[in-house]
Ligand binder design. Structure first.
Ligand SMILES: [Zn+2]
Length: 275
């Protein structure tokens, strides 16, 4: 396999930078949280799909029409799964509100501290379940759907079992509710995580340079989809923090796995092979 030329993944970086003016615009015009999340996610998906055509990491990873139809169906199915999880969380929030008289602890934090904290906490539960799903056959049966394609692109980032979507949302949002973050902080943490979930799967060449020590990148996440179990690390998507803390962070600038797709997980994965 030929190592691709090293370049900077600026469509990904521009997308993240655009979240700031998008926040200002939607706040000024009074958009609902659902509208901000929905339009932001779809806008990010379309932006990344556009750049996949112009700057593909691998030409053969481009989404074909039948795959786009499949991914579109999963986008719809998983929007329903996400809404079901949201309804369940709303019920829990109302139940808690009946005996939680004081605002939550996190509501007092300044936004510039609350936002990174909400992102880090929002990633911890899904990260732990994701690692477990690669080790427990009964969870792998649900999660493996996401690993079936032998290619990665923005469209197939949504290919996941609805139960997988529900457990991710519950694990992400329950700690947020318990700690009582401001709704605006949660909205931006959720949008960042959602946009990152698409961007790290995008078939766009280049890296984020040293930034991927702080935020997730496609170059990092491709290792997670390797067919070699020891390489299939980097369980986090939005940020690599928990991989760095728990020893599953792989960073090999300019390199990528030879093959993507399914593998047969063992209970005791082998050590991470040398680069
Ligand atoms: Zn996985």
């Amino acid at each position: 396999m030929q190592t691709p030329l090293r370049s900077f993944n600026w469509p990904h970086l521009l997308l993240l930078l655009a979240l700031w003016p998008y926040a200002a615009l939607t706040a000024a015009t009074g958009w609902s949280a659902d509208a901000v999340l929905g339009a932001g996610t779809l806008g990010a998906l379309l932006w990344l799909m556009l750049w996949e055509r112009r700057l593909p990491q691998r030409q053969q990873w481009q989404a074909q029409p039948a795959e786009l139809a499949r991914d579109g169906a999963f986008l719809g199915i998983n929007a329903v799964a996400d809404a079901l999880a949201g309804a369940l969380l709303m019920g829990l929030a109302i139940y808690w509100a009946s005996f939680l008289a004081e605002p939550g602890w996190a509501a007092d934090l300044p936004p510039l501290l609350a936002l990174p904290l909400a992102i880090a906490l929002g990633e911890l539960g899904p990260f732990a379940l994701h690692r477990l799903a690669h080790r427990r056959p009964w969870l792998w049966r649900i999660h493996e759907l996401h690993h079936r394609p032998a290619k990665l692109n923005a469209a197939n980032s949504v290919l996941a079992h609805p139960i997988n979507v529900i457990w991710n949302k519950l694990a992400r949002v329950l700690p947020w509710l318990l700690l009582g973050f401001e709704p605006q902080v949660l909205l931006w943490a959720a949008l960042f995580i959602q946009v990152q979930g698409i961007a790290v799967h995008a078939n766009i060449r280049g890296s984020l340079g040293a930034l991927d020590l702080l935020i997730g990148s496609a170059e990092l996440h491709r290792w997670h989809h390797s067919v070699i179990e020891g390489e299939a690390q980097n369980y986090g998507t939005a940020i690599p923090l928990w991989d760095q803390v728990f020893g599953s962070y792989i960073r090999r600038p300019g390199k990528e796995p030879a093959l993507l797709g399914l593998y047969e997980p063992s209970d005791d994965p082998s050590a991470i092979p040398a680069a």
